[in-house]
Design a binder for this molecule. Sequence first.
Ligand SMILES: Cc1ncc(COP(=O)(O)O)c(C=O)c1O
Length: 404
Amino acid sequence: MIPFSPPRIDKHIIEEVKDTLLSGWITTGPKTKQFEKLITGYCGHRKTLCVSSATAGLELILRWFGVGPGDEVIVPAYTYCATANVVIHSGAKPVMVDVGDDFTISPSAIQKAVTHRTKVIIPVDIGGYPADYDQIFKIVNIKEIKEKFCPANNVQKELGRILVLSDAAHSLGASYKGNKTGTLSDITIFSFHAVKNLTTSEGGAICLNLSDNFDCDKIYNELAVKSLHGQTKDAYSKLKGGNWRYDVKEAGYKSNMTDLQAAIGLVEIKRYENDMLQKRKHIFYKYYNALKNKEWVILPPAENHFRESSFHVFLLRIKHITESQRDEIIQKVYDDGASLNVHFIPLPMLSFYKKNNYDIKDFPKSYELYSNEISLPIYYDLTDENIDFIINSLIKNTENILKG
Ligand SMILES: Cc1ncc(COP(=O)(O)O)c(C=O)c1O
């Protein structure tokens, strides 16, 4: 069976993890700090804090920005549940909007959804393709929209507008007008979950790129404290002689990254641009070229004159099929020996969100994209033979189903 997204575990990763195990320090420490510096250097934003997951990172930022009951956060209906669940955790309301043909949040739908309660917009770079950040920033900076913004604390006052918080769980290394994700919004969150482009088994990063009137070193320290119970010192700095006394400034969270996780990330980030991303692009274009002349294919967005994907998954769509025919194709390819997937079931189709009065009928584009979408795998160890096998099985089964 060809799996959907196994991690790349090789001798370099095993050696670095072993080195950490033998170092006597396995939780947050020097490797996490080094990994943070490499992420900052690679993407070019101002400061990085590594955390235990992207979900934890999104949630920490909502708390830091002071989002709570009575506030609204605009999210796309077409995303993974983490994007909206964190808004629920904060006590605010996720205001869902539809997406465009490229799977990313629709700027015109955002503009219509803004109210005086809106505090944050969370665009999602689905499949690795960046949202339209210029359009999103144009909207948050429109005079009437800025006037609607009601700051409730000093951070919100200092920003003076809606915060743009990217869910870049899929898009490390993607770019928009030559700038890498991390630099495309106020704050960007990456995921290093096991199936992501760069993994630390579980993990995430908060990338600060706020304007110069914000002291990102100070915010980094605040977030680090928030991610560790509100405690003023982490275990590593407490170790240093005579440095044991600490205080707790707030009832913080427990979402720090460990050095064991960072050890995997250190190996991955060093070979990310020239090895991992190139391999992903190669796989993406093998699918692309094999399928582009099929009249039943809708190809995924990948590159245009100003956006380039990080090639996280291949979001194929098939014309003229129903949801159940799509499911049947996935099953038939699985029976042949390869796992495919769907990214994602739109949130308004999931029980929790249905119960909370979100209705997929209000998000026709999300439904249209979802109903005929099939995600093809992209990962480092996928061989050319595997790719050919997937393509042949997909074409055979799709054409059989289309013939009826
Ligand atoms: C779009 C999106 N956002 C957020 C997340 C959450 O990432 P993590 O598992 O690191 O919390 C995921 C994970 O699959 C995702 O796909």
